[in-house]
Design a protein around this ligand. Structure first.
Ligand SMILES: NC(=O)c1ccc[n+]([C@@H]2O[C@H](COP(=O)([O-])OP(=O)(O)OC[C@H]3O[C@@H](n4cnc5c(N)ncnc54)[C@H](O)[C@@H]3O)[C@@H](O)[C@H]2O)c1
Length: 262
């Protein structure tokens, strides 16, 4: 059997396209010939990004259920069907750090609305996206749904390395990322006989101009001794979108420089 790693012409919807990793995923998937629809929230530069990559752009706020339903349908219509869908949107600690006020209260005082806000985007958004994109993949007769989780859905953070940083880990992140891995497995077995493969990808910490002390502290926690580079995560997406992954479903691909291996 020959390897079928080619994703040329695969019609893929990437939701959460405008962030640190999403932008790079979009560029690399476009370079590999995927026919892309890029989605991100209103107010992002998703329409400009899509234009620059000869892709379709769709504004979707995942906390707006009717908007998400309409946005996924619009992407499916624009591409003439879907072969793949990637849920990459999230509230992350570095995203939260840009907000005013104190986005990282002590757990003992943690407000329910902050918990709900992260669960809404990171987990309920993934559920809605899976429901809507799943219908499109079923109409296509086959496809690959990929949920972006995190190493912190697999192992706990070492809270000590965040102590002097402007960002911190937060409870809804770990819970939502563990939840998205559970949702992935549940959907994978539900849809295994209908040609839809469902997998999760859990990146480790990706270097994004962090302060050298943090990058060193994080790196010391990994067998490879460093954070990931942005380009090091997309390869697994190319594989999972391709027909090479045709026997692969229900898995969580951990791309973490070995962090969870010791
Ligand atoms: N960067 C890392 O080190 C790292 C590590 C592990 C996992 N991840 C995961 O990878 C994915 C991308 O991470 P990133 O670092 O690029 O994050 P990021 O914050 O740069 O990007 C997240 C994207 O989600 C979008 N988003 C947030 N709320 C939304 C909403 N309500 N509706 C629609 N879109 C919304 C943002 O606009 C943004 O484009 C996330 O799922 C994250 O949890 C990242």
């Amino acid at each position: 059997m020959s390897l079928r790693t080619d994703i040329k012409g695969k019609r893929v919807l990437l939701l959460g396209a405008c962030g640190v990793l999403g932008r790079r995923h979009a560029e690399i998937l476009a370079e590999h010939g995927a026919s892309l629809a890029l989605a991100d929230r209103p107010g992002s530069d998703v329409l400009e990004l899509a234009k620059s990559l000869d892709a379709r752009g769709v504004e979707i706020d995942v906390t707006d259920e009717p908007g998400l339903v309409a946005g996924v349908a619009a992407a499916e219509a624009a591409l003439g069907g879907l072969d793949g869908a990637i849920y990459n949107a999230a509230i992350t600690s570095e995203g939260l750090a840009k907000q005013s006020g104190n986005p990282f209260p002590a757990f003992e005082d943690y407000p329910t609305e902050l918990w709900r806000a992260s669960i809404n985007v990171n987990l309920t958004g993934a559920f809605l996206f899976a429901r809507e994109a799943g219908k499109a993949l079923k109409r296509n007769g086959s496809g690959s749904l990929i949920n972006i989780a995190s190493i912190y859905g697999v192992v706990a953070p070492d809270h000590r390395i965040y102590e002097s940083q402007p960002f911190n880990s937060f409870p809804g992140y770990a819970a939502s990322k563990a939840g998205i891995i559970g949702l992935t497995r549940w959907l994978a077995t539900l849809w295994a006989d209908s040609g839809i493969r469902v997998n999760a990808v859990s990146p480790g910490g990706v270097y994004n101009d962090h302060d050298p002390a943090f990058a060193a502290a994080y790196g010391n926690r990994t067998p490879m001794g460093r954070m990931a580079e942005r380009d090091e995560i997309t390869g697994i997406l190319v594989y999972l979108l391709s027909d090479s992954a045709c026997y692969c479903t229900g898995q969580n691909f951990v791309i973490d420089g070995g962090l969870s291996a010791w």
